[in-house]
Design a protein around this ligand. Sequence first.
Ligand code: DAS
Length: 329
Amino acid sequence: MNARVVIVGTGGTIAGRGASAAHTATYDCSVETVDDLLDALPGARDLADIQTAQLFQTGSENFGNEELLGLARHVRALLKRDDIDGVVVTHGTDTIDETAYFLHLVVPSAKPVVVVGAMRPASALSADGPLNLYNAIVVASSAASRGKGTLVVSNDEIHSARDVVKTSTFKQEAFRSTFGPLGYVVEGRARFYRLVARRHTVESEWSIDTIQALPEVAIVYAHGGINRTVIEHMACSDVDAIVYAGTGNGNVAHELIDSLVKARARHIHIVRASRTGSGIVIRNAAQPDDRYGWIAADDQVPHKARILMMVALTGTRTTHALQEAFVTY
Ligand code: DAS
């Protein structure tokens, strides 16, 4: 019996259309519906019994907390059904790594959830969307994908939502996982070679079933000559936490330390991450985190540290428990 898969459309370049086939980087985003994409995909209906749902139709740069919550609730409701075996989400690539990580943390199901996008619009020469979508259906239909957390499929690779990051504005090989992809999809077959060790989905302590709203977590990007006013403004706002995308090992310029310490005294959590894009931010190394009550982001890039922090703050406000989240997930 074929697997029963629902494809949830949210827009993005995968649903984009350009003025001509030569327009690979300038186009209207989020034009084609998920049914249009499926109808244009030869052999897709042989892979699985497919249903579709158009949840949003927007570029992923427009995703806010309401979209994250709405999508997670929708996916969760689908996966609770006995007549659904897996879900594919078509999504813009700009924030696909954030959305996938959110689903990975809050949707407590072992059934496969595969998030897929494209770097070229559907109308372009050598559009990557059709094969990416085909491969995503393959992965969502495969029993081998169960229990592996939310997956991102792109360019023949299967990435864990925990690790994957978008690293290029235009290249088809735009996605990278520090420790490599979990596997490949080749000629209609998902092949897995490794697993992530960190907790997710059914082992996660958080669930979209109980999350009503998400806290406000902002990111400040470090640069030479940075001025403290941005931190001081944030400290007077409604933010619950600041992820500081520091230089190197999450280093904080002398100019900012006092402002960040004062923000923490106002119950705003401070997470030290790194703007380098890879590596570990080590606790109490570059800064005395214990003394300041700050959190080190381990190996999460700033925009994914923000997702984890938002989710973790729904369950706890203690620095110790929040720090534990960064070494557990
Ligand atoms: N407009 C962007 C987005 O929706 C680009 C893309 O999908 O690749 O994320």
